[in-house]
Design a protein around this ligand. Structure first.
Ligand code: GLN
Length: 447
């Protein structure tokens, strides 16, 4: 803990943490140390973990990097975090992210951007940018983030660490600030497959506080990390041939596919006809869900309330105009539009239908193949400010990650190399729903 605290203070300029639980972490370390000596320590004893600022932890500030939750403290601890604590994890702090997890560069935080530790002029990815950089720069051993459309996988790729999003419903969302509830999943950022497997094993499983959580028992992922049979691997041809793909990313992913083939796995190109529909479908549905979820921040119940109000309507309007940043406002407006009576069928209903097509096709491919492999992101980490003026350019950074989110299947991003500038490259593996065990085991062989 002392070492991590020192690293955090030496790397303050990265802006990865919004708050460090210094005294608390040191005290917990003493307690865990005593338990280790007594032989009663939990599975995560000694693991020093950071939390993205979307995870409820009783008595601690929680604000999704937004001003609208300024001053808010959580009244309870969410299920995933509670399970970490039960297994003696040491929580070291609250991490910067895009406001309400909306973004792909961490530039939408009301606390300023996070800097990539590989090159401080570049973004860490997002929305779990602080969580990825904290692992990259050894400010903690592992981070817990959230992934709605790529928010642990893409920053994992940009920062050269592992980013894993489980099957939708595998981990309870109780105590996770909602962005788009039919997509949101808690995910992990780690250096090793073993740590990712262990953390998922602890956090996953049935929970009476989330009606959507899966009742399936949780396998001991961390105890079953051998994969010793030939795998059938598909890669989406259009993803590899897409014009926006940075050549070095393409080479790195092709390099992985070649290696797998040499090792005796079957590798085949597959057609996926819906690549162009992925980003629009994702943004129509997530903004619709977000506009509804974020209705609760009205200046009455939580956090910030505007001072200069004259009546109830102006309290709502001023609080929301002052409290939400520009990207969040853009999405609330877009989501409200696609849900409005005149446009509902043209946009929202249509997007639901396309989501079904994407899900069915993805599930079908995942019956034919054990894994689908594709880049995590089309490029390596881009420059701070490079995409901020053009929201569409920013949304396109999600092209390869939203498929697993639309289909609800698990996916992992693994660091597989660097470009000429020394920036990390990630490769992404998807597998069928609840196939986490084989996903971890195969990832282990790849690393
Ligand atoms: N970049 C995507 C978005 O802005 C993904 C965010 C996420 O997964 N939370 O919606």
């Amino acid at each position: 803990v002392e070492q991590y605290l020192q690293n955090i203070s030496e790397k303050r300029h990265l802006n990865a943490f919004l708050e460090v639980f210094e005294a608390e972490a040191l005290q917990k370390a003493e307690e865990v140390d005593a338990k280790i000596k007594a032989g009663t320590a939990g599975k995560l004893a000694g693991m020093v973990i950071g939390l993205k600022d979307v995870l409820a932890y009783e008595g601690h500030a929680l604000q999704a990097s937004s001003q609208i939750l300024n001053g808010f403290k959580s009244l309870y601890t969410g299920t995933a975090v509670q399970r970490l604590l039960q297994e003696d994890a040491i929580l070291i702090g609250r991490q910067n992210c895009d406001e309400f997890a909306m973004g792909a560069s961490n530039e939408n935080s009301s606390f300023g951007p996070v800097l990539n530790d590989a090159d401080n002029t570049r973004v860490p990815g997002g929305s779990s940018g602080g969580s990825a950089v904290a692992v990259q720069a050894h400010l903690c051993l592992a981070s817990i983030g959230s992934d709605t459309g790529g928010s642990v996988r893409q920053p994992g790729a940009f920062c050269g660490v592992i980013g894993m999003k489980p099957t939708y419903s595998r981990i309870s969302r109780y105590g996770l600030i909602a962005y788009a509830s039919s997509f949101d999943q808690i995910g992990v950022l780690t250096h090793s497959v073993e740590d990712a497997a262990l953390l998922l094993e602890v956090m996953a499983g049935p929970d009476e506080f989330d009606a959507t959580v899966s009742q399936r028992p949780v396998p001991a992922y961390s105890q079953n990390l051998t994969y010793d049979r030939p795998a059938r691997i598909g890669y989406i041809k259009d993803s590899i041939e897409s014009p926006g793909l940075q050549p070095e990313v393409k080479d790195a992913v092709m390099g992985v596919l070649d290696r797998l083939q040499e090792e005796g796995h079957t590798v085949e190109a597959v057609d996926f006809p819906y690549l162009d529909y992925m980003v629009p479908t994702y943004y129509i549905l997530t903004t619709a869900e977000a506009s509804s979820n974020l209705g609760r921040y009205d200046g009455v119940k939580y956090g910030y309330r505007s001072e200069n109000v004259t009546d109830l309507t102006s309290l709502y309007k001023k609080t929301r105009s002052e409290g939400f940043g520009p990207e969040v406002q853009r999405r609330i407006i877009l989501g409200t539009f696609v849900l409005s009576a005149d446009y509902y069928d043209a946009y929202y209903t249509k997007a639901q239908q396309v989501r079904r097509l994407i899900k069915d096709k993805t599930d079908e491919l995942l019956k034919q193949y054990d894994f689908l492999i594709l880049p995590t992101a089309p490029t390596t980490a881009f420059k701070l400010g490079e995409n901020t003026k053009d929201p569409l350019a920013m949304y396109l950074a999600d092209i390869f990650t939203v498929q697993a989110s639309l289909a609800g299947v698990p996916a992992i991003s693994l660091p597989i190399g660097e470009d000429a500038a020394g920036l990390p490259i990630g490769v992404q593996l998807m597998t069928k729903a609840f196939g986490e065990e084989q996903l971890f085991a195969f990832s282990k062989q790849l690393m």
